[in-house]
Design a protein around this ligand. Structure first.
Ligand code: SAH
Ligand code: DHB
Ligand code: MG
Length: 222
């Protein structure tokens, strides 16, 4: 049986995210390539796009591309000369994502960097990349504490940093969990709460992806 909050999410989807060609084609291509169906939901994709628009993001960084579904939503927030850099370790995921970006006509605006994010982030910094206005972090959860440090280093006052999957069905309350994703997420929340260079909170969500949540932080003036 479909849960009420799933039905409500479908209702919101039909109202707020009707038939976008590029994003639905990407979902179909991801399914055909048998990628895990762990993309953000349509309503969440649009939520991320709205946040990126609200800060008038011209440079967006994403950690964890998968098939590029969230990337497409985020790229939709960019002005013509804006740029999205997205980081992915899995070559098969990256290949599917590149196809999706080309099909959407966004291959010139989205740059996919393949490799373990801790390495590609270090390369970004040493290449002197400009700071990012919006950073979405949705990759391997045990590394989220390190990704927070990198996000802060690659940000400026006003940058929004968003983490996906920070509730995990409530399992994060178990401080003795042996799940590395749970421990990484707990550490992330502690760091977000203690970090003086940002102001952060977390919001629980329900919908077609079940019970989970986003953490959101804004980089504050020093
Ligand atoms: N943001 C996507 C979903 C990402 S799923 C969307 O909503 O559409 C998480 C992705 O992170 C997977 O594709 C996985 O291969 C990638 N990933 C896992 N560990 C990684 C690492 N160390 N570096 C870069 N990407 C990683
Ligand atoms: C998983 C990862 C995600 O990024 C997500 O949004 C949902 C599930 C997972 O690894 O199971
Ligand atoms: Mg996720």
């Amino acid at each position: 049986m479909e849960k009420p909050f799933e039905a409500v999410d479908r209702y919101f989807e039909s109202l707020y995210t009707p038939g976008d060609e590029a994003t639905s084609a990407a979902l179909a291509a991801n399914a055909a390539a048998r990628l895990p169906a762990i993309d953000v939901s349509p309503a969440q994709g649009k939520f991320l796009q709205i946040l990126a628009r609200a800060v008038r993001a011209r440079r967006i960084l994403e950690i964890g591309t998968l098939g590029g579904y969230s990337s497409l939503w985020l790229a939709g927030a960019l002005p013509g000369d804006g740029r999205l850099i997205t980081l992915e370790v899995n070559a098969r995921h990256a290949a599917v994502a590149r196809e999706n970006f080309s099909r959407a006509g966004l291959a010139d605006r989205i740059e996919l960097r393949e490799g373990p994010a801790l390495e590609t982030l270090a390369q970004l910094e040493s290449a002197g990349a400009d700071r990012f206005d919006f950073i979405f972090i949705d990759a391997d959860k045990p590394n989220n504490p390190q990704y927070l440090s990198w996000a802060i280093r690659l940000s400026h006052p006003g940058t929004l940093i968003v983490f996906d999957n920070v509730v995990r069905d409530g399992t994060i309350l178990d401080d003795r969990s042996r799940d590395a994703a749970v421990q990484g997420t707990r550490r992330l929340h502690e760091l977000l709460a203690a970090e003086r260079r940002i102001s952060a909170t977390a919001i629980q969500t329900v919908g077609v992806k079940g019970y989970d949540g986003f953490a959101i932080a804004v980089v504050v003036d020093p």
